[in-house]
Design a protein around this ligand. Structure first.
Ligand code: 9J3
Ligand code: ZN
Length: 266
């Protein structure tokens, strides 16, 4: 086999392991009040208890317009139990626009790597960071990657942004749209975002069949397996997960996915 990434964590994945409600790592969570989080609101940090495999990549997750952390909280333990340190947060204002959400995603990562407890900092590799967001938070992931190209992955969940063109993006980006989204219709949001990212940047577009704008606000197996695989492949350079993304799901009108596109660069 090709040389393995030094950042591989956990056992060899299977379809059932990436779809499971929890991964192989036991996790714990800690709350952070808005008084102690510079540049974003109150937050929850969820991380693997084990240190026996070394450090983990870290992921910040923003909710959407008018929404609270609770709407994306399910992703904290879902992703952390696969071997990531995850911070889910409330934005400073529920009305913050995508650019402000992008800044807050970066502030949350900076908090994790510089100001969180020694227990948490010791688990994080500060060079392997990613951002996820729902709706305007998903639009914020593109803003964050434009501002900080050293990010290793972005994932937009039914992302919304008034800026439709992202030729600046150099960070591997997964765009997850919802077929029946009437708030951020895929034809004017997710698909143009995907298409405008350069073909030299690793990118994928996954469309949730028959789903609405709010599909990412509760546990969703398709979002989970694709997000886990994207983070593993690009944050951990873990090639064991490429099998789930390339060629990826075959769209079916009766299945979980109604469209899937991936440049599948090596
Ligand atoms: O974060 C979102 O759900 C964005 C969609 C939205 O309400 O945009 C209207 C300005
Ligand atoms: Zn459909």
């Amino acid at each position: 086999a090709a040389a393995e990434s030094p950042y591989e964590r956990g056992p060899d994945p299977t379809r059932s392991s990436i779809e499971a409600s929890r991964g192989p790592f036991a996790v714990t969570s800690t709350s952070v009040s808005s008084w102690s989080t510079p540049g974003f609101g109150s937050a929850t940090i969820t991380y693997p208890t084990s240190t026996s495999e070394g450090t983990y990549g870290a992921v910040a997750i923003s909710p959407g317009f008018t929404a609270s952390e609770s709407t994306i909280a399910w992703l904290g333990p879902r992703l952390a139990s696969q071997g990531f340190v995850v911070i889910t947060f409330n934005t400073q204002s529920r009305y913050d626009q995508p650019a402000a959400r992008g800044d807050q995603l970066l502030a949350a990562l900076d908090y994790l790597t510089r100001s969180s407890s020694a227990t948490i900092r010791s688990r994080i590799d500060p060079n392997r960071l990613a951002v996820i967001g729902h709706s305007m938070g998903g639009g914020g992931t593109l803003e964050a990657a434009k501002d900080r190209p050293s990010l290793q992955a972005t994932i937009g969940l039914t992302p919304w942004n008034s800026d439709k063109t992202w030729p600046e993006i150099r960070t591997p980006s997964l765009v997850i749209g919802a077929e029946n989204d009437s708030v951020a219709p895929v034809g004017s949001h997710s698909i143009p975002f995907y298409q405008s990212i350069p073909s030299s940047t690793s990118k994928a577009y996954l469309e949730l069949n028959d789903a609405s704008h709010f599909a990412p606000n509760s546990s969703n197996t398709t979002i989970a397996w694709s997000t886990i695989s994207w983070l593993k492949l690009y944050v951990d350079d873990d090639e064991r997960y490429r099998q789930f993304l390339c060629p990826g799901p075959q769209p079916s009108s009766f299945g979980e996915v109604s469209d899937y596109r991936n440049t599948c660069l090596s």
